[in-house]
Design a protein around this ligand. Sequence first.
Ligand code: COA
Length: 328
Amino acid sequence: MADYSAIIVGTGSCVPERRLTNDDLSKLVDTNDEWITQRTGIKERRIAGDGETTASMGAIACRKALEAAGMQPADVDLIICGTITPEMQFPSTACFIARELGLHTTPAFDVTAACSGFIFCLDTAAAFVESGRYRNVLVVGSETLSRVTDYTDRGSCILFGDGAGAVLLQRSTDKKRGLLYSSLHADGHGWEMLYCRPGSRHPINQDLVTQRAQFMQIKGREVYKFAVQRFHELIEDAMQKCNLKAEDIKLIIPHQVNQRIIDAAIERLKLPTEKVYVNIARYGNTSSASIPIALDEAWRAGMTKPGDVLVFVAFGAGLTWANAVVRV
Ligand code: COA
């Protein structure tokens, strides 16, 4: 039994101003609004402008989460950032975020779990908080996926957008609240379903760029099947382990992958659609940022109140998949 609980006391998010609509995309590749809307539910996504980066958006989301909690950057004991589109290959994006927050000694590191990144970070942060090691931990998911998206590939470029979301986790002695349950999973055997090649196996060189291999590659159909199956299992697992019925859950906040994937899982589970928070039409898939952006929207709209139970589920490259049950 943990010494303490880890409670979400503030949320924040940041998305770029610039919008890329389905009609804009139809001028770049052979696609159209009707196809994209029917197959994905996405209408537009936000695209980082010049000077907007994974760290700059992450830092803004963190500042907003701190403000919401009535805290200052100096109160933060640790920063954990989930990202697959880091500021640079190194140092970590979390170090850049700490720098933008004016911090000089606060520990900061990144976690790479693709679209499951936010839940992996939340679970890691909660372990630090629950053990008593740290009191206030910023958990950030931030992505500039537009910078690794191939805008000549109609199968992938329609899906992704940029943005960041953050929560402040705080130590508490109230054991009824906080992270009630979580499970993290990974299977590297499925790496070929979605990946971005540059790295020690494929250092950046002219050949790589000629092949357009600096961009993400996805096998959309395979990911689709994987996501529907995992989504269903993760919700069932969360409900079983926490002994929850549908009426006990205030909101399910899934990784915003595809409206059809979300609908298919919810229908199979016979859950009421109003329990599921979906904002994919406005932002597309923002990978590790999607859950904290959605949480921040729901939080600020007054859709979650102290005592409410929230369920997060995510799946993505790795392969990785994860769930978390939180009592606000
Ligand atoms: N516009 C118009 N037609 C398109 C298109 C586009 N943007 N992209 C693909 N098509 C075509 C295909 O070429 C194919 O044509 P064909 O039948 O003549 O070969 C047809 O539409 C169906 O393609 P398919 O890939 O089977 O469609 P789908 O229903 O699976 O939808 C995705 C494609 C990508 C939207 C869907 O599979 C998906 O969301 N997958 C998961 C995405 C993912 O990996 N997310 C990141 C990880 S979390």
